[in-house]
Ligand binder design. Structure first.
Ligand code: ATP
Ligand code: MG
Length: 500
């Protein structure tokens, strides 16, 4: 504390000055000196001084006048007045005018040191206090600027924003919120959420979040309808300090976005795709039929080359028809119209038929196609849907197996479910690709399967169908070794227990 402390010693008595200076320097202080007030003020104006020791009676400018000048020019620098007995009153007067303390000559040097240390300490504390005050003011200004900025952002946002407290009262909202929710009137925070939100599912979500049943970083996304609009509501917990645990849920924040236009566009896209697929299918079916007539020789026999070309044309048409049917099914799946009629489906028979149907294709690739059926119950479903599931899984198993492998279908009853496993000894699927293969139009890039044509819709449809029946689909695969797809479908309830 003493190191680097500079004292300005002002006294007209040279011997006193010299003695004091020596002693103070020996204690580590920097000392500057002056023999009158005028000279002291000059030094003060050009040097950083931490403390002034000031004699009162001096020529040119006395201590009192000097003190007065320093109080206005250097209020932070403490002044300790040095006085003889004769000037005690004047010293007391100086205290009133801002001197920190006084010391009467003659004095013990230790006494002087103590006074200096106390004065410096007090000055340091005051400086610190001022620094804190300035910092607090700066922080408050920053905070307010930030608050104003946030308020402007929130009130200009196109999305609705709502923050609630522990009692499900709105404590912050913006104009867009009221506009999107189509509520009129003035709402002054806080007010009950129920005054502006009528959608019970959203209220339930807010209650779930409030009860702390949602992990901290998770958000809830749901769609709600308001008038003719569809709004996406994203809600999350807001955290605050709590007496028992450090952070606890103190409320919720919800952002509302108008997604009506996106939904309409999506619907238009689906309608368009559906329409195009439908319009393409009829002429294609006619073209296929005409080609079949040609192939069967009903309008005259074809030469070998002609037969070959027409066959190839038919194959291409079949691929196109399969794509169109998939697109139509995807459109149906998205519109929730995939399940059309539900009957008891003999799954064992259907698997046997499908295996028989696929057999020629498997044989072409030298693949052994087998099935094993055990303990099967019928399932209640649209037979076309079940056929689609089997067809896609088996086609994939055969397509993605190199020549000479084997494909097996195993089906068995497991509790209230029918489990269907389709295994192959094919190229397999890398682990990182597995989550993506059920997406629409996704196909794994693999040098060995590059030549295989497909649209990537098969598994998306299979998953959609299986889930529409409250079943599940899983896949296990080892690249280079093979793949097993496992489908679980609810078996039909036995007599008396009602249907699914
Ligand atoms: N049994 C399998 N073995 C290896 N890879 C497979 C298997 N089944 C599916 N895949 C991979 O998953 C991708 C998606 O399969 P999906 O059936 O959805 O589409 P696709 O077969 O490419 O086309 P399509 O719509 O004509 O069925 C395939 O492209 C293939 O890479
Ligand atoms: Mg496929």
């Amino acid at each position: 504390m003493i190191q680097g402390t500079t004292i300005l010693l002002v006294d007209d008595e040279t011997r006193f000055r010299e003695a004091c200076k020596r002693l103070l320097k020996a204690r580590g202080f920097e000392v500057m000196d002056a023999d009158n007030g005028r000279a002291a003020l000059d030094i003060l104006s050009e040097n950083p001084i931490d403390l002034i020791l000031l004699d009162l009676k001096m020529p040119v400018m006395g201590g009192e006048e000097c003190l007065k000048a320093t109080r206005s020019s250097h209020p932070d620098v403490p002044v300790v007045v040095i006085t003889g007995h004769g000037t005690l009153d004047a010293a007391v007067e100086c205290m009133k005018k801002g001197a920190y303390d006084f010391i009467t000559k003659p004095f013990e040097f230790d006494q002087l040191l103590l006074t200096i240390e106390r004065a410096i300490e007090r000055r340091n504390l005051e400086q610190e206090k001022r620094r804190y005050q300035e910092e607090t003011v700066r922080n408050l200004i920053d905070l307010n600027t930030e608050k104003k900025r946030l308020e402007t952002i929130i009130s200009c946002m196109a999305n609705g924003l709502m923050v609630t407290n522990r009692n499900l009262e709105v404590i912050l909202h913006n104009p867009a919120l009221l506009r999107l929710l189509e509520v009129q009137g003035d709402f002054t925070d806080p007010f009950p959420v129920l005054q502006i939100i009528r959608d019970e599912t959203l209220i339930e979500t807010l209650k779930i979040i409030q009860r702390g049943e949602v992990p901290e970083k998770e958000v809830f996304s749901q769609e709600i309808r308001v008038g003719n609009k569809i709004l996406r509501a994203i809600s999350a917990p807001t955290l605050g300090p709590d007496r028992n645990v450090f952070w606890a849920v103190v409320g919720t924040v919800t952002v509302l976005e108008d997604v009506t236009a996106f939904k309409r566009l999506d619907q238009m896209k689906s309608d368009f795709l559906n329409m195009v697929a439908h319009e393409l299918r009829s002429p294609l079916v006619s073209i296929r039929q005409l080609n079949s007539v040609l192939l069967e020789g009903l309008v005259g026999s074809l030469q070998e080359k002609q037969q070959d070309y027409v066959k190839r044309t038919v194959n291409k048409i079949d691929a196109l028809l399969a794509l169109i049917n998939d697109l139509l099914d995807v459109a149906r799946l998205e519109a929730g119209r995939l399940v059309r009629q539900q009957v008891a489906v003999d799954i064992g028979k259907m698997i046997e038929d499908m295996v028989a149907f696929m057999e020629p294709r498997a044989r072409e690739q030298n693949i052994a196609l087998t099935c094993s059926l055990k303990n099967l119950k019928p399932i209640l479903a649209d037979p076309r849907n079940v056929e689609e599931v089997l067809n896609n899984l088996l086609s994939n198993a055969i397509n993605y197996s190199p020549d000479g492998g084997s494909v097996t279908v195993r089906a068995q009853g497991v509790d209230e479910f029918v489990e269907i496993k389709v295994s192959d000894t094919g190229v397999g699927i890398p682990a990182e690709e597995i989550p993506k293969i059920f997406e629409k139009f996704y196909r794994v890039k693999h040098p060995k399967t590059r030549h295989i044509t497909g649209t990537g819709l098969g598994l998306a449809l299979v998953k959609g169908i299986v889930e529409a029946y409250h079943g599940s689909i899983g896949v296990e695969s080892t690249p280079g070794k093979g793949t097993v797809f496992t489908v679980l479908l609810p078996a039909m309830k036995t007599e008396g227990s009602g249907g699914i």
